[in-house]
Each structure stands twice: as structure tokens, then as C-alpha cells.
Ligand binder design. Structure first.
Ligand SMILES: NC(=O)c1ccc[n+]([C@@H]2O[C@H](COP(=O)([O-])OP(=O)(O)OC[C@H]3O[C@@H](n4cnc5c(N)ncnc54)[C@H](OP(=O)(O)O)[C@@H]3O)[C@@H](O)[C@H]2O)c1
Length: 296
């Protein structure tokens, strides 16, 4: 297979390495030429361009059998989200129009679920987030799914939860640095997924996912903020982080959501089996890498 990974960063590079190891030809798109060496070392052919700059895509060597859009805004604001996700995805669709792949995956986010009441959500739940950035992800999904329906384009949307793994894990790092805080009663639910499961889920969906469908990619164990820190405090034999009052006034502005995201569809319809079904197994290798002895 010839595979294009647009946005070949944290997830993309690992995905590309896995595909290359299986004998596929992988091209990884970035803006930064400094990434070339790391991509080559992973068996990925580097390519440079900006998905928001349509002409820059014309230099890429069509056709591709599989394309995945893993481009990320990297913490940008609403305008950067529109440029990176919406404009970038429209450009990829336009560029691939004459030469469509067999599968196109877009890595969206569980941030599209705007629920704030701790509700269980699945792929049929409303996607009405209040933040402008999450609204852009919803619009991007709609553009793709409309194209899938109207032009028979083989697009699939994956809604990824908060990714952790080697070198990544916001809540773990906050805890270890002594900067973690439990907000209010700590009832806000964290929906998490290990990077290696994101990679394997993308590979599985390339092989068995249905065009025009949406799948959540989240582990089996959404956990409250308090539940997560309680596990970590026990595991590392440290005190729980201090409790601070919840900043209710800032909540809508921060676009904070609270929901429990289901992975049932990915498991039942695609047959995906998680390597790290919960954060408890998933964080072990990272804790070990940080010098904490593995638990017996
Ligand atoms: N991290 C999470 O918790 C999370 C949660 C939900 C969904 N997601 C989604 O998962 C996907 C993968 O995330 P990740 O953590 O692997 O992101 P990442 O490490 O930031 O990688 C994204 C890559 O995209 C490249 N890029 C950014 N803008 C680009 C542009 N305009 N044109 C071409 N390349 C561009 C960047 O490299 P250059 O700067 O060199 O271009 C970067 O290496 C993204 O779609 C992200 O939105 C992530």
C-alpha cells in the first residue's frame, strides 16, 4: 500500500513506523524540514507542505491507497483551528478529488461532544460544543461526511480522546511536578487513550472500518479527575493533590465538558481490541520510564 500521513507528528510518526515495518510505502507530510531525519529513521519518506496552502499539496506523489489526516493545530486559537482543520481538510479533499484513496481517515476529537452533565455519549449523541475551536472540528467532520455521502468519498471520522503515552501525559506530569489540583469535587471525567491504541485503531480502521462512519477511540475506563489522582497517589505513594474551588465562571469560556465517551462501536463493529484497556495498565510503561518501579 502507498500511505500518506498528513501531519506526521506524535501519532503519525508511530503509525508510519508501524506501516513501514509491515512493508507499506509511507509518506509523512510536515511543514518543518527539521523533521526529515526523524521521519526517515522511522522508515517514512518525508514530504513538506502546508495543508492550509493548497498549491503546496500538488508536489505530493499521488496516488495513495490510504490517507490519514493527523494534522494538529498545537494549541492554537479559533482562527488557527479553522485554518488547520477546516481549510486543511477541504484542501486535502480537493487535492484528492481526481485520485481518491481507498480509505481516508480524519482524526477528530471527543471534544466535539459538548455535554457537561457527565452523560454517557456515543457516536449518535449530539455534537454541540460551546467552544469555537470544538465547533470547527464539528464543521470539519460534517464537510467530510457530506463529501462521503455525496461524492462517494471513502472518509471515516475517528474521535480521539486525550492521548497519553511516551513523553506525553498532561495529568501525570502535573501530578509529578506537584502542580496538579483537584477542582471542586473532582467529578470531571477524563476520557483517555494510549498513543499505541490510537495507532493500532487507525490501522484496524484502515482495514475494516466502514466509509462514511464515525468511531470513538477512547479506552474502557473514563475516570473522574479525583479517581485518576487517587489511583496515581496510591500507586506512587504520594499525597492527593490539593483541592481548589471549581471556577464556575470560567467554565463556559474554557469550554470544559464532562461526559463519559463509549468505545463500544469501535470494539463491536470494527472488532478492535485495546492493548491498554485502562489508564492503569497504560501509564505503567511511562511510570517505569520516569524511574518508578513497576508494581508486582
Ligand atoms: N493530543 C490529543 O490529546 C488529541 C486528542 C484528540 C484528537 N487529537 C488529534 O489527533 C491527531 C494527531 O495528534 P498528535 O498528538 O499526533 O499531533 P502532533 O504531535 O502535534 O502532530 C501533528 C503534526 O501536524 C503537523 N502540522 C501542523 N500543521 C500542519 C499543516 N498546516 N500542514 C501540514 N502539517 C501540519 C505538525 O508538524 P509541522 O509543525 O512540522 O508541520 C505536527 O507534527 C490530530 O489530528 C489531533 O488534532 C489529538
Amino acid at each position: 500500500m502507498r500511505v500518506l500521513i498528513a501531519g506526521c507528528g506524535y501519532v503519525g510518526r508511530q503509525l508510519g513506523a508501524a506501516l513501514a515495518a509491515h512493508g507499506h510505502h509511507v509518506v509523512g507530510l510536515r511543514r518543518s524540514p527539521a523533521a526529515a531525519e526523524a521521519l526517515r529513521a522511522a522508515g517514512i519518506e518525508p514530504a513538506f507542505g502546508d495543508v492550509a496552502d493548497r498549491p503546496s499539496l500538488d508536489a505530493l506523489p499521488l496516488p495513495f491507497d490510504w490517507v490519514v489526516n493527523c494534522v494538529a493545530s498545537g494549541g492554537g486559537g479559533p482562527e488557527d483551528y479553522r485554518r488547520t482543520y477546516l481549510k486543511g481538510t477541504r484542501h486535502l479533499l480537493d487535492w484528492l478529488g481526481a485520485s481518491p484513496p481507498a480509505k481516508f481517515i480524519y482524526t477528530s476529537s471527543t471534544g466535539v461532544y459538548g455535554q457537561t452533565d457527565g452523560a454517557d455519549v456515543d457516536e449518535t449523541s449530539p455534537t454541540e460544543p460551546v467552544s469555537a475551536t470544538a465547533q470547527t472540528l464539528v464543521t470539519t467532520e460534517r464537510v467530510l461526511l457530506k463529501t462521503a455521502r455525496e461524492r462517494d468519498f471513502p472518509a471515516i471520522v475517528l474521535r480521539l480522546a486525550g492521548i497519553y503515552g511516551p513523553g506525553r501525559g498532561y495529568w501525570l506530569r502535573q501530578f509529578i511536578a506537584g502542580e496538579a489540583r483537584i477542582e471542586g469535587e473532582g467529578r470531571r471525567i477524563l476520557n483517555l487513550v494510549h498513543r499505541d491504541d490510537v495507532v493500532s485503531a487507525i490501522l484496524t480502521v484502515f482495514e475494516r472500518g466502514q466509509a462514511g462512519e464515525v468511531y470513538n477511540v477512547v479506552d474502557d475506563a473514563p475516570v473522574t479527575q479525583r479517581g485518576f489522582f487517587t489511583w496515581l497517589a496510591t500507586r506512587l505513594n504520594r499525597p492527593l493533590p490539593p483541592v481548589v474551588p471549581e471556577d464556575r465562571a470560567a467554565k463556559p469560556k474554557r469550554g470544559l465538558t464532562n461526559k463519559r465517551v463509549s468505545n463500544r462501536k469501535l470494539k463491536v463493529e470494527v472488532g478492535y481490541q485495546f492493548r491498554y484497556p485502562t489508564f492503569r495498565e497504560g501509564f505503567e510503561p511511562e511510570l517505569e520510564a520516569l524511574g518508578f518501579a513497576r508494581q508486582a
